[in-house]
Ligand binder design. Sequence first.
Ligand SMILES: Cc1cc2nc3c(=O)[nH]c(=O)nc-3n(C[C@H](O)[C@H](O)[C@H](O)COP(=O)(O)OP(=O)(O)OC[C@H]3O[C@@H](n4cnc5c(N)ncnc54)[C@H](O)[C@@H]3O)c2cc1C
Ligand SMILES: *[C@@H]1O[C@H](CO)[C@@H](O)[C@H](O)[C@H]1NC(C)=O
Ligand SMILES: *[C@@H]1O[C@H](CO)[C@@H](O)[C@H](O)[C@H]1NC(C)=O
Ligand SMILES: *[C@@H]1O[C@H](CO)[C@@H](O)[C@H](O)[C@H]1NC(C)=O
Ligand SMILES: *[C@@H]1O[C@H](CO)[C@@H](O)[C@H](O)[C@H]1NC(C)=O
Ligand SMILES: *[C@@H]1O[C@H](CO)[C@@H](O)[C@H](O)[C@H]1NC(C)=O
Ligand SMILES: *[C@@H]1O[C@H](CO)[C@@H](O)[C@H](O)[C@H]1NC(C)=O
Ligand SMILES: *[C@@H]1O[C@H](CO)[C@@H](O)[C@H](O)[C@H]1NC(C)=O
Ligand SMILES: *[C@@H]1O[C@H](CO)[C@@H](O)[C@H](O)[C@H]1NC(C)=O
Length: 548
Amino acid sequence: MRPFLLAGLLATGSAIGATASRHAHASAQSDAYDYIIVGGGPSGIITAERLVEANKKVLLLERGYGPTVATGANDTLSWNKTLTPIDLPGLSADIGALPQWDEYICTDTAGYAACVLGGGVTVNYMVFVHPPDRDFNDKWPKGWKWDDVKSAADRLYERNPGTILPSADGKRYDQGLYTVLSNFFSKLGWKSVDMITQPNEKHEVYSYPAWNIKDQVRAGPVRTYLPLAEKSDNFHLRLGTKVLRLLRSGSQVTGVEVENASGARENITIASNGRVVLSAGALSTPRILFNSGIGPSSQIEIAEESGVTVPPKKEWINLPVGIGAKDHPIFSIIVKTNGTYGLPDYDAIVNGSDTTDISLYAKGSGLLTEGKHRMIFFTSNDIDGQTRYYQGSCAPTGTDEVTITAYMTHGLTSSGVLGLSTDGSTVWDEKPYLTTAGDRAAATAFIEQMITDLTDSTGFTLQTYTNVTQILGSVSPGMHYTTTAKLGTDDGRYGNGTSVVDTNTKVYGTDNLFIVDGSIHPDLPTGNIQATIMVVAEAAVARILALE
Ligand SMILES: Cc1cc2nc3c(=O)[nH]c(=O)nc-3n(C[C@H](O)[C@H](O)[C@H](O)COP(=O)(O)OP(=O)(O)OC[C@H]3O[C@@H](n4cnc5c(N)ncnc54)[C@H](O)[C@@H]3O)c2cc1C
Ligand SMILES: *[C@@H]1O[C@H](CO)[C@@H](O)[C@H](O)[C@H]1NC(C)=O
Ligand SMILES: *[C@@H]1O[C@H](CO)[C@@H](O)[C@H](O)[C@H]1NC(C)=O
Ligand SMILES: *[C@@H]1O[C@H](CO)[C@@H](O)[C@H](O)[C@H]1NC(C)=O
Ligand SMILES: *[C@@H]1O[C@H](CO)[C@@H](O)[C@H](O)[C@H]1NC(C)=O
Ligand SMILES: *[C@@H]1O[C@H](CO)[C@@H](O)[C@H](O)[C@H]1NC(C)=O
Ligand SMILES: *[C@@H]1O[C@H](CO)[C@@H](O)[C@H](O)[C@H]1NC(C)=O
Ligand SMILES: *[C@@H]1O[C@H](CO)[C@@H](O)[C@H](O)[C@H]1NC(C)=O
Ligand SMILES: *[C@@H]1O[C@H](CO)[C@@H](O)[C@H](O)[C@H]1NC(C)=O
């Protein structure tokens, strides 16, 4: 068990003990929080930090622990006591094999999510796709079009820009795959772009991968926002603290009931004009809503069966939480090529015997500054009047083998239903993958075209999944979950609307409850979602502050 960490104490380094008790005292008389933020993922940290900047007294509650030395982790690399394996870009490809994976992955969600400070951004593959304008312009409501959120994106990119060239020496390492595939795509007539500076180019283009890396380590709000919040006495962070449910008095939220790692429960209240923001992620925020009497009554009844004390029935707010959930499906396309790719020896990186890469890294350079992928491509198709986009993240998985993780993205029309089970886990009542005939036909057309191109006088051969049926059958979750508490103008309380939060991210039917995380996105972006998640958090917190 890790120690119970309190407060905005980590910036003060060695004074942890003293600061912890000061803040413990502060939280005992805690009723004056202006904001409680539930969940310390990218959305929660960005929201909390911007509120602290606006002089609000903020409590950020996170069920997991810190993944970096600065946030309390001590599982450092044998050869660098300031870094954990999570920090090192060169280990991100192998993240599922690290002991941190089992420690950090949530065990009570319908799909992969991370229960650790930093949320999914702590364990993800770091692909950082600046969203194109159309991702907002197509389906987000007025007030959330690209022109409305552009300044929020600029605020994010100023602190957390992403990079296509992380190595300090300005070189790229292990470029065999890029050489082979760029040759392949340019012969097809596709265009080489910089996916950071040309975000709107998403048809028949390829780029060096953009990664969430800064100063040669995994970036993200734990590094780029949290230290700024921790400078303020108004910021309080409690790790190892899981929010079970909201405390409500009718339409007013008065606080939260939490449970610590030993199961001890506590109520934490907000100031009389305070607010609560749920940022627990698209697969966990719905559970907190169900547990608090917000959602379809069938789900609230399951919450009650799971042992939660839900509010009296007259206080239930009937909103379509969980309905319309979306994700990017992934298709695996594995290709044997004529290249030669140097696969890193992850054990040797972990145990320190890979002295070549490690000594380059000490100078801020080399393979260990790079993520898993070597190329990312984008394209689109239109078979039925609906344009659907695709992203291919290409990584070497053998000395002559490329694995293309091909996502169907923006424009897809499928959705599912996220619900609750009586053991308290969120579950798929209906899976969100390829539920429409249009998506199935478009995916088939995309895969057919890829197979034709990849195998037509290239010398390449397909591995494992060798025909359209098999590649379609390889479908797996993209882990970019959205739309479980949709933002929109059509109030969902009366059965004739689809939205759970209004355009200020306030939950319909409540006075002071907000949601800022992947749950509220009404639509999927064209690429991996984390940059979009962060842009939306920046835009949302500005709107929440503007409401005061
Ligand atoms: C394995 C994996 C790989 C991925 N790869 C990529 C990638 O390469 N590129 C990309 O762009 N995206 C990727 N993603 C997706 C991206 O990381 C997520 O979409 C993003 O982190 C979602 O942010 P969020 O703030 O909505 O929620 P989350 O990141 O899920 O954060 C929610 C936070 O709330 C906490 N929490 C949950 N419930 C409670 C509670 N009851 N009380 C207190 N705290 C709570 C959690 O511990 C967590 O810290 C990946 C995701 C996963 C899981
Ligand atoms: C690391 O932290 C864990 C959890 O608090 C603790 O049990 C362990 O002793 C620590 N290890 C070191 C080397 O400090
Ligand atoms: C949980 O809280 C109880 C009561 O305050 C305390 O005794 C216990 O040590 C706490 N457990 C953890 C893991 O912090
Ligand atoms: C929190 O408050 C609720 C509602 O008043 C109450 O039912 C519950 O027992 C309280 N929990 C704790 C741990 O005090
Ligand atoms: C791979 O094959 C292509 C097409 O035959 C050829 O142009 C290229 O030079 C080959 N690459 C290598 C590394 O052999
Ligand atoms: C480190 O890992 C490498 C690769 O698996 C192995 O050959 C080597 O013996 C290991 N060294 C130590 C010190 O464990
Ligand atoms: C250890 O990591 C720090 C932080 O990234 C870096 O400055 C330093 O050069 C690293 N040392 C080695 C030996 O890699
Ligand atoms: C696809 O390949 C599998 C395995 O070789 C085979 O059983 C199946 O019939 C093939 N399907 C089509 C449509 O060719
Ligand atoms: C939905 O129903 C409510 C209550 O009957 C009504 O006030 C509202 O105008 C309706 N909304 C739409 C979009 O029809």
